[in-house]
Design a protein around this ligand. Structure first.
Ligand code: HEC
Length: 187
């Protein structure tokens, strides 16, 4: 009996230490250092190569017209990027400040693993067009499904960041941007 009580106490103390660790480290942020960001090539088409100077992305002549991609990009930067930066970029891109637990094992391993996997699926470091697995329109469709069904951020992240879930207003902004973009690409 005493043994069981002793064991329970040990678990309780262990649990409290874990909770305290997450709570404390979650609120301390550290300036993150990143390796040089290199703009990825953008798959879009322009008729006149001289026009390439008008765009601040590196162009490969393939896919949708660059003019359409740029319009969607501009709207993204104004309306959607601030939301994505706050709630998604810690895994899907770069953020200036990272929570302390992202630097201390074992939580740092989990975060690094998530970041690596998240970017393989969809790298949003450079805004739209994303470095995803599909074309510009396929990436928009994937993002639409994920946002609509509240599938991101992953549960373990939401537990540590209670306000990381997208609000209904934020979802509306993102989904409207996606619908406008998809229509624009279909024109
Ligand atoms: C804690 C890290 C983390 C955060 C924060 C996060 N994601 Fe993800 N995301 C992942 C991982 C890991 C995957 C890989 C697939 C999976 O686990 O479902 C992923 C996959 C995705 C995919 C691709 C899914 C597919 O089937 O191709 C999309 C789109 C996405 N996330 C959107 C978002 C959005 C939008 C946000 C912010 C609201 C967000 N993510 C926040 C880790 C994260």
């Amino acid at each position: 009996m005493i043994m069981i009580m002793y064991m329970k106490k040990k678990f309780l103390i262990g649990g409290l230490i874990v909770i305290a660790y997450i709570l404390i480290t979650r609120f301390i942020s550290i300036e993150a250092t990143h390796s040089m960001k290199v703009q990825p090539p953008v798959i879009c088409t322009i008729d006149n190569p001289i026009d390439a100077q008008k765009y601040d992305f590196h162009i490969i002549n393939r896919g949708f017209p660059c003019e359409k991609i740029r319009e969607i990009h501009n709207q993204y930067m104004v309306q959607v990027q601030p939301i994505i930066e706050k709630k998604c970029l810690m895994c899907h891109g770069f953020v200036a400040k990272m929570p302390l637990y992202a630097f201390i094992p074992p939580t740092s391993w989990l975060i690094h693993h998530d970041q690596k996997e998240a970017k393989e699926y969809m790298d949003m470091s450079f805004g739209f067009p994303f470095k995803g697995t599909g074309s510009a329109s396929e990436d928009l469709e994937t993002l639409r499904d994920i946002v609509r069904d509240n599938e991101m951020p992953p549960l373990q992240y939401r537990i540590m960041h209670w306000q990381s879930r997208l609000t209904e207003d934020e979802k509306t902004v993102i989904l409207e941007w996606i619908e406008t973009g998809l229509k624009r690409l279909e024109e």
